[in-house]
Design a protein around this ligand. Structure first.
Ligand code: CA
Ligand code: CA
Length: 525
């Protein structure tokens, strides 16, 4: 693995996942006076760095520099005099950026102190810290990832797409790349298990050395004679960072191939049931079902229920047109069976729209995932890949979700399938195009699912009551609130585990005449 170079974003340097504490403007009047004074003093930070009206916490910054923007129309000589009086060295002036100046913080001065002096001077539009930036996220070396083909993992607007219309995979891979102990079964046309970018991630049956089961022949040879299943396998779990081809949502995983569909992509419920039963009795935790039928089968429903009772998550594509249909009205199966381990998936496009051919349903479809213009491993040779303009559909979206569940189970091994599913569904990015089209109205976000962002907000104080903070950061998570009086040294003040809904509150019971304090929150390691 290596860190990417070209893309940067502002991010905290510390191993905290937190920060910007957002203080709604409407709350300012009710927050304790001392805190208010400091908030006012630091508005300059917040407005320019975090697009937040007022923040009491800031990401990490250089201790030796600040940035100022001279006020338009003011005499630069006055500013030069002011700089000189403070013994400030101007390191750089950007004439083309409103004469933005980079200043060296003199010996004995602090960044907050110096910023306050410039803000009070009336000579500057703003003064702010020199925030630290870092290379964004973990980047595998697989060529089709690096060239931007795999937009669903990381969309920087390539090929007419929309920036960030993706599952935030590189950010998620900062948290976890592999789920090597998790078995994901692919109910499909089989998998080319000798493929160069899949072989290392194929599950191996300890009894017969096979990689799954062929329900059509009754053998342990589930090779793919259609291509569909091999595409699915590559999206959920092609080997990551091996310098070859593509990368799966999970770089490492155990893919169990279950051939239930023939070379034309057709099959029947009994063969699906054979595959599901094999998965259940051979240690699979997740089933990917990128297939559908208009027929309700009690037998198939019962088979999925038996998988459910074994704690297996069943990811089901909700089907495609033309024409696309509302599956709440015109159900497709298995995605519409009413069993709580089924996660039904629509597909989204590179502009975060609902896929042109995607079915949908406010009740029976849970979320969307990328599924347009895909590219993945293919079945004709061990070096074969396939994709492009016409490779779209919910079949290709489901494995994004199945790969996500593999990483989730690796990260949260003690949680139930209901808890894991709730984490993923609660972490989607809501999109206008998906409102009313699925339960969450959102598109999969792997980063948020794996490691929910932590936020800290002030609770309005009524009638001079104690100062309170509300932390939100995903369920059952140990989080620490820290405080500082100088923005450089931080001390823990409160540690707690978030509730099932992902929050806890903190009441500061210190006397009001203490020095002003700043707060931030982080997940406990
Ligand atoms: Ca992104
Ligand atoms: Ca690869």
């Amino acid at each position: 693995m290596r860190k990417s170079q070209p893309f940067f974003h502002i991010a905290p340097r510390l191993p905290v996942e937190a920060l910007p504490q957002r203080w709604p403007v409407s709350l300012l009047g009710s927050v304790r006076v001392l805190i208010c004074l400091w908030i006012t003093q630091f508005i300059g930070f917040a407005q320019t760095s975090l697009a937040s009206p007022a923040s009491v916490s800031v990401p990490a910054y250089r201790p030796d520099r600040i940035l100022i923007q001279p006020k338009a129309g003011f005499s630069l000589a006055a500013l030069a005099d002011f700089n000189a009086a403070l013994k400030i060295e101007v390191l750089q002036t950007f004439e083309g950026i409103g004469r933005l100046q980079v200043l060296r913080v003199p010996e004995g001065e602090t960044v907050p102190g110096l910023i306050a002096k410039y803000q009070r001077s009336g000579l500057v539009e703003f003064a702010e810290p020199d925030f630290l930036v870092q290379a964004a996220a973990t980047t595998p070396n697989d060529p089709k990832y690096l060239d931007g083909t795999l937009w669903g993992l990381n969309n920087i607007g390539q090929n007419g797409g929309k920036l960030d219309a993706d599952i935030d995979a590189p950010e998620a891979w900062d948290v976890l790349t592999s789920a090597s102990n998790i078995v994901v079964a692919v109910l499909d046309t089989g998998v080319r298990y000798t493929h160069e970018d899949l072989a290392a991630n194929m599950w191996v049956n300890p009894n017969d050395g096979g990689h799954g089961f062929n329900a059509l022949t009754g053998t342990n040879l589930p090779n793919d004679d259609n291509g569909h299943g091999t595409l699915i396998a590559g999206i959920l779990g092609a080997v990551g960072d091996n310098g070859l081809g593509v990368v799966g949502v999970a770089w490492g995983v155990q893919i169990m191939a279950l051939k239930c569909l023939d070379s034309a992509g057709n099959g029947s419920d009994s063969d699906l049931i054979t595959g599901i039963d094999y998965a259940r009795t051979n240690g699979a935790s997740i089933l990917n079902s990128s297939l559908d039928s208009p027929a309700f089968s009690q037998s198939l429903s019962n088979a999925i229920d038996s998988a459910r009772n074994a704690g297996i998550i069943f990811v089901a594509s909700c089907g495609n047109g033309p024409p696309s249909v509302n599956v709440d009205v015109t159900p497709r199966y298995p995605s519409c069976y009413n069993i709580d381990n089924i996660v039904s998936v629509a597909y989204s496009d590179r502009n975060d729209g609902l896929g042109f051919l995607s079915n949908y349903g406010a009740t029976n479809v849970d979320l969307a995932a990328p599924g347009e213009q895909m590219y993945s491993t293919f079945f004709r040779s061990n070096e074969d890949y396939f994709g492009g303009v016409f490779l779209s559909g919910t079949s290709l979206a489901a494995p994004f979700v199945a790969g996500t569940f593999a990483l989730m189970l690796a990260k949260y091994p003690t949680e139930t399938h209901q808890q894991i599913i709730a984490r993923v569904l609660n972490a989607t990015d809501p999109l206008p195009a998906l409102a009313g089209k699925c339960v969450t109205g959102g598109r999969l976000n792997l980063r948020k699912a794996l490691s929910p962002p932590i936020s800290l907000t002030a609770i309005p104080v009524v009638g001079g009551g104690p100062f309170q903070l509300h932390l939100s950061g995903g369920p059952n998570r140990t989080c620490v609130i820290e405080f500082s009086t100088n923005l450089s040294s931080w001390s823990p003040i409160f540690t707690n585990i978030t509730s099932a809904s992902g929050t806890f509150d903190f009441t500061e019971d210190q006397p009001a005449n203490l020095a002003p304090r700043f707060f931030r929150a982080a997940a406990s390691p």
